[in-house]
Design a protein around this ligand. Structure first.
Ligand SMILES: [Zn+2]
Ligand SMILES: [Zn+2]
Length: 224
């Protein structure tokens, strides 16, 4: 599928839907500095790296919301396509999950190359930047122990992995998942944001905080 591209603040965002779980991968580029980062390279890392090269961007880091295989299966392909090593960022509580290939075997994937081990430890309050744009890391457990989201107040946007989706929420039946913890993370880190905040989710179409506040049955309490 052809990736979708749009402008957000002064960043260019290329969205890919990749792999067997149809996971959203986001390539964010800063046209001024030509630097770029990738959030959750799901699969086909060569394709993501190629899109960056086509635009003259240099990928400087890979940020993972969590360590399920369908969110980092593309890391090795990116690293192989680009000569310089690219640091991978992950919350340390998801490292054991990363070390077991994020459940790839459980989903029947026997050959899985995780790429280089994460070297940037994400934690709540940590600030990450791309060009002049700032993102804040928030720890949001519930779907996995070390799940995080990347919040950019100036962009009015959150890259929220598998915490919440348009009309749904992340599953809690996998290793480290916990339903009450998930709902608490959504309440404390998503519902506190302004209604117009855009949510770029790990699966499915983007949404907004206001839309989910009003109509997500898991948030309104219709489904508990
Ligand atoms: Zn997941
Ligand atoms: Zn996922």
């Amino acid at each position: 599928m052809t990736p979708e591209e749009f402008q957000l603040g002064n960043l260019e965002i290329v969205t890919f839907e990749l792999g067997l779980a149809m996971t959203n991968s986001y390539l964010l580029g800063d046209p001024d500095t030509k630097s770029a980062i990738v959030i959750d390279p799901a699969w086909n890392g060569e394709q993501i790296a190629g899109a960056a090269l086509d635009r003259g961007w240099q990928i400087n880091a890979i940020w993972l919301t969590h360590a399920h295989f369908d969110h980092f299966g593309g890391v090795s392909g990116i690293e192989k396509s680009i000569d310089t090593p690219i640091p991978v960022a992950l919350h340390p509580l998801d490292l054991p999950l990363w070390q077991t290939h994020g459940g790839a075997g459980f989903f029947g994937i026997t050959e899985f190359d995780p790429g280089p081990e994460p070297t940037i430890d994400l934690e709540t309050g940590m600030e990450l930047t791309l060009g002049k744009t700032r993102f804040e890391v928030r720890h949001t457990p519930g779907h996995s122990l070390g799940h995080v989201i990347f919040v950019s107040e100036e962009l009015g946007a959150v890259f929220c992995g598998d915490l919440i989706f348009s009309g749904s929420v992340g599953r809690t039946d996998l290793q480290g998942g916990d339903w009450n913890t998930l709902l608490q993370s959504i309440r404390e880190e998503i519902l506190v944001l302004p209604d117009e905040t855009r949510l770029f989710t790990g699966h499915g179409p983007p949404t907004t905080v206001g839309k989910e506040r009003r109509s997500n049955p898991f948030v309104t309490g219709e489904i508990l």
